[in-house]
Design a protein around this ligand. Structure first.
Ligand code: NAD
Ligand code: WQD
Length: 343
């Protein structure tokens, strides 16, 4: 079995990827300090995968601890680096926190990979690197716009670090940059999903928490955009489809020369905020209490992916739809209380 280090493997996207790694015959070695996840995720993952998982409660900016882990697993062949802070608004308030964690964790990981000869790295990037592109759907060739937030800038810097490493002397690290669009949904088992701490910034957890009565009402941020119904358009991708792309990326890298390639991961379809709300109401049978409000500062008007490159090169494409993702997110919300009570 091919062993893969998975930093942030207890998080939203990491946990779903752990399931797909196991399904694909890989053995994940999870490193997570649980700064944004519950320990109960591990038990739930073990229930889904029906196996005991290797887990380290370690901060991956701690180089000594990371070296120790890799020493204990000399057969590691690759890494997927999810560990990062991801709240855009928080990054504006606490930039240092974001620069420290998101950049140092990558620097430490690549140093350790280099020292121990671990070749393949899959990096969690984001559509945020594009800002508001001039042309849609957005392809990988689209140049970066000035980052709107420290969070977005950390993704641009990390991508640049990995591109520079490949050009560096004696480099042995090969990387794939996966630019996720808007990951949503949950595992169909309802055992793992997204666990936002505090008041969610993202649309889908806000919807499910409002429908569950945890939030009084949802505000639609802006209704005067140049889009068909005036609300923002995004490319919402089911987290299970997204997770599967990581396995495809690792398989693709295995027999390629050292390099750095980026791939968009989206459905290729844009949905407006109102379309999302109405689809949620249909699949859940719940009436959402929402109001139409002002624009949220920093929001791009519309963005959706061309995932042609990932389709053609990685042999990956999405199989699930917005309605599936919203149904699974709602199922997860309904079961949430039970699954997280043991933290
Ligand atoms: P998440 O917060 O659910 O998962 C991140 C995990 O990393 C958490 O379990 C957290 O405890 C852990 N972590 C953070 N810093 C750590 C550290 N220093 N050491 C060890 N563990 C640490 O986030 P997610 O939604 O699963 O996102 C995963 C990755 O994908 C992140 O890099 C994020 O920036 C990126 N991304 C997310 C989205 C999104 O909308 N969710 C979109 C694009 C990109
Ligand atoms: C989606 C749409 C909001 C909440 C963020 C990051 C991006 C990436 C994905 C990490 C927007 C609207 C939201 C609400 C609303 N993450 N909305 N009412 O902003 O597209 O992307 O997550 O890399 O970098 O910026 O996602 O879920 O916050 O918003 O109307 O209460 O829903 O205006 O149009 P976003 P989101």
């Amino acid at each position: 079995m091919i062993k893969i280090l998975v930093t942030g493997g207890a998080g939203f996207i990491g946990s779903h990827t752990v399931v797909e790694l196991v399904n694909g015959g890989f053995q994940p070695v999870i490193v997570d300090n649980f700064c944004n996840s519950h320990r109960s995720v591990i038990g739930n993952l073990e229930e889904i995968t029906k196996q005991q998982l290797i887990v380290y409660d370690v901060d991956c900016t701690d180089e000594l601890a990371m070296r120790q882990i890799v020493t204990e697993h000399p057969d590691l062949q690759g890494a997927i680096h999810f560990a990062a802070y991801k709240a855009v608004g928080e990054s504006v308030r606490f930039p240092h926190k974001y620069y420290h964690n998101n950049i140092n964790s990558l620097l430490v990981l690549t140093r350790v990979m280099d020292a121990f000869g671990i070749r393949n790295l899959v990096f969690s990037s984001s559509c945020t690197v594009y800002g508001q592109p001039d042309q849609l759907p957005v392809s990988e060739e689209t140049p970066y716009q000035l980052a709107e937030s420290p969070y977005g800038y950390t993704k641009q810097i990390c991508e640049r670090i990995l591109q520079d490493l490949v050009r560096g002397e004696g480099n042995t690290i090969s990387s794939v940059l996966l630019r996720y669009f808007n990951p949503i949904g949950a595992h169909p088992s309802g055992l793992i999903g997204e666990l936002p701490l505090g008041v969610p910034e993202n649309l889908i957890p806000y919807i499910t928490q409002t429908a569950a009565g945890l939030r009084e009402q949802l505000t639609v941020f802006g209704t005067d955009y140049s889009t068909p119904d005036g609300t923002c358009v995004r490319d919402y991708i089911h987290v299970v489809d997204l997770a599967k792309a990581h396995v495809k990326a690792l398989q693709w890298m295995a027999d390629r020369p050292v390099g750095c390639e980026s791939f968009n991961l989206g459905t290729g379809r844009g949905n407006s905020v109102l379309e999302v709300l109405h689809t949620f109401e249909e699949v859940s049978g719940e009436k959402l209490n929402y109001v139409l409000g002002d624009r949220r500062p920093g929001d791009v008007e519309q963005i959706y992916a061309s995932s042609e490159k990932a389709n053609q090169t990685l042999g990956w494409k999405t199989e699930l739809h917005l309605a599936d993702a919203l149904k699974d997110a709602w199922n997860w919300q309904l079961k949430l209380e039970t699954h997280t009570s043991s933290k």
